[in-house]
Design a protein around this ligand. Sequence first.
Ligand code: ADE
Length: 267
Amino acid sequence: MRFDVITLFPEMLDVLSAHGITRRAHEEGRWTIRAWNPRDFTTDNHRTVDDRPFGGGPGMVMMAEPLALAVQAARSAQEAAGVGCAKVLAMAPTGAPLTDARVRAWAAYKASGLVLVCGRYEGIDQRFLDQCVDEEVSIGDFVLSGGEIAAMAVIDAVVRHLPGSLKDASAQDESFAQGLLDGPYFTRPENWRGAQVPSPLLSGHHAQIARWRREQALRRTLAYRPELIEAARTRGQLSRQDEVVLKLAGEELRQVAQTSSEQSGDA
Ligand code: ADE
């Protein structure tokens, strides 16, 4: 897979090929990256890439033309390298949320080239987004100083789904693969500062371990991301046994919430 990243800070991207799973996959030739600086596509002495917003307001807006030229150059380079450009993505807190499903879809693209545009300042001229970008992507409901970290999150998440990047079946087991958050993990020692590893994990009983893990995943998902439980239910992915666990877990959560509200009422 080839990633072309439009950014004012190309050196920020270096960490991806320097550490961990993404480094190994890079060394194995599973992905390549090239940065394009919009400043290299300006024509004035100051190499201006931003200007004040029409209509007033704080901050600066990234101008359409340097970004459009950078995207065009990136697409041409992909084409020249025999890589089809699957999508042009712009990183922005106003985009659609990044999800496991979107990541897996991009990793599976036959075209195998992505262009990622990193915004800085207050935003990007909407006309560039309308004319040159396929999708806007947000990595969460918070505002970063720029799109670089978001683009790196996308690349990291996509790379680990490229064939051969992960050594084992990790990607099938991890969070979201089954539409649920993953449960807790434990390693040696069995007793750490008085806290024991849950006994099912020590039983050596595969079915019992699988049942315990499923229950933990359901409980955690219900507590932190109840909308994922609803989605799994709609897809028909919850068994009768799952529903029994969820009913009990729901009652326990309500009990805990009630106790803590009573306590804060007393205070
Ligand atoms: N740029 C700034 N904040 C962002 C966010 N939350 N997601 C993607 N890009 C961003």
